[in-house]
Design a protein around this ligand. Sequence first.
Ligand SMILES: *Cc1c(COP(=O)(O)O)cnc(C)c1O
Length: 369
Amino acid sequence: MKERIFLSSPHMSDEGYEMHYINKAFDSNFIAPVGENIVKFENELADKVGSNAAVALSSGTAAIHLALKAAGVGEGDIVFCPTLTFSASANPIIYQNATPVFIDSDYKTWNMDPVVLEEAFIKYPSVKAVIVVHLYGLSADMDRILNICRKYDVTVIEDAAESLGTFYKGRPTGTIGDFGVFSFNGNKIITTSGGGMLISDDVNRIEKARFWATQSKDEAIHYEHSELGFNYRMSNVVAGIGRGQLKVLKDRIKKKRYIYEFYKRELGELKRIEFMPNNDWDEPNYWLSSVLLPENIKPLEVIEALQKENIESRPLWKPMHMQPFFKEYNYLGTKVSEDLFKRGICLPSDTKMSDYSLQRVCEVLKGFW
Ligand SMILES: *Cc1c(COP(=O)(O)O)cnc(C)c1O
């Protein structure tokens, strides 16, 4: 069996930074959701992206949930969400008993289409919040999206789970809207094995999120609760991994970009292949290199052929409005997301890949032409 090639797997630093911080947690016996690593991880990440405040949480999903809560989203409220995304963008809307309206993608960004968004506001002027996703490390058209959202005075939550390190017009994704969400799940550009972060320039709202995430414990020696609480905090051990990983974020982006450029060079000339969008406002983190195949080459057949070579790949995200669980909710658009899903494939973008591994992937793809 040939050596396995992963889509995107955890990649700890060669220097052992992560173990250094984990050991610090063990040595001080702070094996709990309090401790130095958490505070420092929050500060280091906030500094890196230039945000006023951050709270480390158990997952990116938890961060989206608390952002919605902080935006005042509750029972029956409408929230706009891109249809082309991972389900974790949309699930927290349901946790809050709110109602998602799914917005189509734009070919120019693969992300939320500002034209459809504008139509959505006309149809649902009472909307409470908008979730914008930066898929695969590509930024959404934030200026146009924000212009519309500011007109209607709604909270903008950036789901930057896939785009840590991406810049939009020189600004880090996650810091452009009212709230930013990052994920450190196993396949993300840096990982803590599992975890997330919620950031905002509004310190008070982050403090409130921290309070909810720690079971909403009021100031009292006995446990006093005047609000519903959640157990959403990150542990001090996990935060140590995050601190180590932050130190190599730059290297990971560099390698992801190398992978993208390798594919572009090797596959870019194939007839009617289309690479993921490349907008001049964008400085992506290249989390997953993705392409659209010509109509006559089915992504599932390519994925199967790669699998036979022990290579992992995936279709683009299946749109939420096509998911059995979300089918009953409204969707606005012209099926761009469905077309992307039908033709798209995420190529292995593992930062541990050698040129030889990249070549193995390219050979399988070229075989289809
Ligand atoms: C990974 C991901 C999330 C969820 O993050 P978790 O840490 O796994 O909960 C949310 N949105 C998008 C777009 C993601 O890719």
